[in-house]
Structures are given as structure tokens and as C-alpha cells.
Design a protein around this ligand. Structure first.
Ligand SMILES: [Zn+2]
Length: 236
């Protein structure tokens, strides 16, 4: 994976600097995460951390990317009943992404949302559909992986690579390991709480930083590929 330049953060630039870069065709990458329980071993920032990390990889791979401050709240109603989950709900997420997209495209011709929380998918997809219908150049990237859907092996491994100091692996427990197809009716009606007290869907106990790095490499490579294909006409 190429890593040629440090990632550029919007929040650290001045307005004229952003204006110059945007006039040169810069792409704004917006990380979308959540603040929700991820078991007894991962921080509530997990989804936001993963979204930001993927945007950083994108920003390191091409100099025309600027990374917006992440949206750290999402639609997390399915994690209600676990302390610390702060959900703003589906309607709010759709409206925020829509208005953020409209505002961002005042400055940037190209906008990519990176949404690392599955619960946001419906709302974010709807918002991006509207933005595109308004002729705005917006790409949506949804990182997907095989296996444990929540706070299990994949997410725990990624966090071990990204922020090992925030992972309490000694507290990791095997959660509900049934397939999503099996637990979906319960999840839909009663949320994660109805399926497992642990808050974990999967088994994080054998997670490793090396596995996390490999998964991040794959997810980042897909993002970089999608952006490259999308931007072909403006590639410089
Ligand atoms: Zn997560």
C-alpha cells in the first residue's frame, strides 16, 4: 500500500488554504462513526476510530484528500440499554449527512463519506442518494468484513492495531456467535440487549493486532480503489 504523504486535516488548515486546495480539485473525506457500546473491552469510539483511520490511509495515499472532523454520533438505537451509548437516531443522521454534504459541496467539488457503523447505513445511503440527485459529486464507502459483526474478532483486532492502549483484552468475552441471519429477528425487535448481555456479537478473545492491520490494509485498499475509479476524470 502506498503511503507517500501525511494526511491533511481540514481542522488544522486556514480557510484560504482550503480554498486553494479545493480550487485545485481536492476531495473532502468525511469519517462517519458512532458513540456506542462495544462490549467490556473496546472503547465507545471504536466505529469513529476505524472510519478516521481509513480516511487517514486514503489521505496518506493521495495528496488531494482533506479529512473533515469525524461525525462521532450515529444511529445506535440497537445498542440502547448499554451505558454510554449516545444515539441520535436514523432521521437525524440522514439530515446531518444531507446538510453536511450540501454545505461541503459549496467548497469541494468531490466528497467521500466513509461510514464505519453498520447502523448508519440506511440513513447515510438515503442522504447520499438525495445529494447525487441534486447533481453533487458524492461517493459513499461502507467498509465490510466477513465474520463477527460487532465488537468481535475484526473490530477488536483493528483497535489493537490502531489504539492498543484503549483495548482491555483481558475483559474480552465470547459473545453471541450465532449468524446474523439467525439473530436478526431478535435484534430487530429488542436490539443487542435482547440477544446478549455482553454487547458482543462474535468472539474477540483471539483478536490480534496483526490481523487488525491486515484487515485495515484490505479495507483501505478498497477505499483507495473506489476513490481512484470515481476520480479518474480528475486524476492529476
Ligand atoms: Zn463497531
Amino acid at each position: 500500500m502506498p503511503a507517500q504523504s501525511p494526511a491533511v486535516l481540514l481542522a488544522e488548515l486556514t480557510s484560504p488554504e482550503v480554498g486553494r486546495r479545493a480550487a485545485g480539485g481536492a476531495i473532502l473525506a468525511v469519517p462517519l462513526g458512532s458513540t456506542e457500546q462495544h462490549g467490556a473491552h473496546l472503547p465507545l469510539s471504536t466505529d469513529t476510530d476505524v472510519a478516521l483511520a481509513l480516511c487517514r490511509r486514503l489521505g496518506e495515499s493521495r495528496a488531494d484528500v482533506i479529512i473533515a472532523p469525524p461525525l462521532a454520533y450515529g444511529s445506535s438505537g440497537e445498542h440502547a440499554g448499554f451505558a454510554g451509548t449516545l444515539s441520535i437516531g436514523r432521521v437525524a443522521v440522514e439530515l446531518i449527512v444531507l446538510e453536511l454534504g450540501r454545505s461541503a459541496t459549496d467548497t469541494f467539488e468531490h466528497l467521500v463519506f466513509v461510514s464505519a457503523h453498520g447502523g448508519n447505513t440506511e440513513a447515510v445511503t438515503a442522504a447520499v442518494r438525495t445529494l447525487r440527485a441534486e447533481s453533487r459529486d458524492v461517493l459513499l464507502y461502507l467498509p465490510r468484513w466477513e465474520g463477527d459483526p460487532h465488537a468481535g474478532h475484526p473490530e477488536t483486532s483493528m483497535m489493537l492495531d490502531l489504539a492498543p492502549e484503549l483495548v482491555q483484552l483481558d475483559r474480552a468475552v465470547r459473545g453471541d456467535v450465532r449468524s446474523l441471519a439467525e439473530t436478526w429477528p431478535l435484534l430487530r425487535s429488542g436490539g443487542v440487549r435482547a440477544v446478549t448481555e455482553t454487547g458482543v456479537l462474535g468472539d474477540p478473545t483471539h483478536a490480534t493486532a496483526a490481523a487488525g492491520r491486515r484487515l485495515l490494509d484490505v479495507l483501505a485498499a478498497r477505499l483507495i480503489d473506489e476513490v481512484a475509479t470515481w476520480c479518474l476524470p480528475v486524476l492529476r
